[in-house]
Write a protein that binds this ligand. Structure first.
Ligand code: SF4
Length: 374
């Protein structure tokens, strides 16, 4: 399978209240970062030599804090270093607070053919609670500008399960997004990470998250409404207008396709090896200054770990696990070995066997992480 290339741009204008992704808010080191990134590409030129890439994903952080010229330089360097399929999917994440029409037109002109907009909500109060930098209007303008700039593969990220959020408030955001019918939607349940501003507020008892029943209702209602609107609920948090619009890049993470991650905190996977970079811009720069890979640590996955991950990741997707392929790869017949558990889950309406695949139902997707324990 063609590999995927991820580039982590570790800069944001300001930290959002819930965010646990690695980024810094000083933009002073952007130039040094880009120079270091070129050196890192060089280090991996041979490692991924035999594998052509067919996706590039510029994520972060906020890639949209870089100028279009800087993004152009990075893409030129990437194209000169690695082999790419002619029809590669090239995605950039953008923050509505960073962009205007001209900027998006420049990005489109660079051959970027997929844009993922971090909207999170169309509700002003929720945007404030999440400490987003943009308003409802800026989010609406960003989506309209992406269309005007010629993007025909637009993804929008949303968050639900905000403390105090009524179902009707979430429905307003879903209705607002459906008025655009973007090609792709990611709907994430808010998770509170301890080392974030919201994590600290939560520890001090300033708010509580919706309970499990409410979270389940949010999940199921979202799935029902978006499927009724014509979307395919193809992964726990992801919906696509059709499977051609599913994120080609993200699917690589779910089926052990190789991917190379560049930039601080980026993860890579090839064969049964996984490695990840320092979660520190300073250490990343220091390592590359002396030509050392900026790798924090690595692991070699055992056959058992690969089996478990295959179950864990496969049962988070609508296509599920192909039983024949699983048998060929691991020499294990899941249907025979787990017949009782599979029959129980089937009876409970959580999984089904369809076209030789073990697949979660929508209710199964809601509890996907526990399904992998079969
Ligand atoms: S813009 Fe994205 S990466 Fe940056 S702080 Fe906010 S959520 Fe995190």
């Amino acid at each position: 399978m063609p590999a995927g290339l991820y580039i982590h741009i570790p800069f944001c204008q300001k930290k959002c209240g819930y965010c646990n992704f690695y980024s810094v808010t000083s933009l002073a080191l952007i130039r040094e970062f880009i120079t270091a990134l070129y050196k890192e590409m060089e280090l991996y030129r041979r490692t991924f030599d035999s594998v052509p890439f067919d996706t590039i994903y510029l994520g972060g952080g906020s890639p949209s804090v870089l100028s279009a010229k800087q993004i152009q330089e990075i893409l030129n360097h990437v194209r000169n270093t690695f082999d790419f399929a002619a029809d590669s999917e090239i995605t950039i994440e953008i923050n509505p607070g960073d962009i205007d029409l001209l900027y998006l037109q420049d990005l489109r002109g660079l051959g970027i053919n997929r844009i993922n907009i971090g909207v999170q909500s169309f509700n002003e109060n929720i945007l404030k609670f999440l400490v987003r930098r943009h308003s409802r209007q800026a989010a609406l303008d960003a989506v309209a500008a992406a269309k005007r700039a010629g993007f025909d593969n637009i993804g929008i990220d949303l968050i639900y399960g905000i403390p105090g959020q009524a179902m009707t408030v979430w429905m307003e955001t879903l209705n607002a997004v459906l008025s655009f019918m973007p090609e792709h939607l990611s709907c994430y349940q808010l998770t509170i990470e301890p080392d974030t501003p919201l994590g600290k507020k939560s520890a001090e008892g300033e708010f509580v998250l919706p309970d499990n029943d409410m979270q389940y209702d949010f999940f199921m209602k979202t799935s029902e409404i978006l499927e009724a609107a014509g979307y395919v609920h193809y992964e726990v948090s992801n919906f696509a207008k059709d499977m051609d619009r599913a994120s080609r890049h993200n699917q690589k993470y779910w089926d052990h396709t190789p991917y190379l991650g560049l930039g601080p905190a980026a993860h890579s996977f090839q064969d049964n090896q996984r490695w990840w970079n320092h979660q520190s811009l300073e250490r990343y720069l220091e390592n590359l200054k002396v030509g050392t890979p900026p790798v924090e640590d690595s692991e070699t996955l055992t056959n058992e770990q690969l089996q478990l991950e295959t179950l864990l990741l496969g049962l988070r997707t609508k296509k599920g696990i192909n039983l024949e392929r699983y048998k060929e790869r691991f020499g294990r017949d899941l249907l025979k070995e787990k017949s009782n558990v599979i029959a129980d889950l089937d009876k409970a309406g959580l999984i089904k066997i369809e076209n030789g695949c073990l697949r979660p139902t929508p209710a199964g997707l809601a509890v996907a992480d526990s399904l992998s324990l079969i």
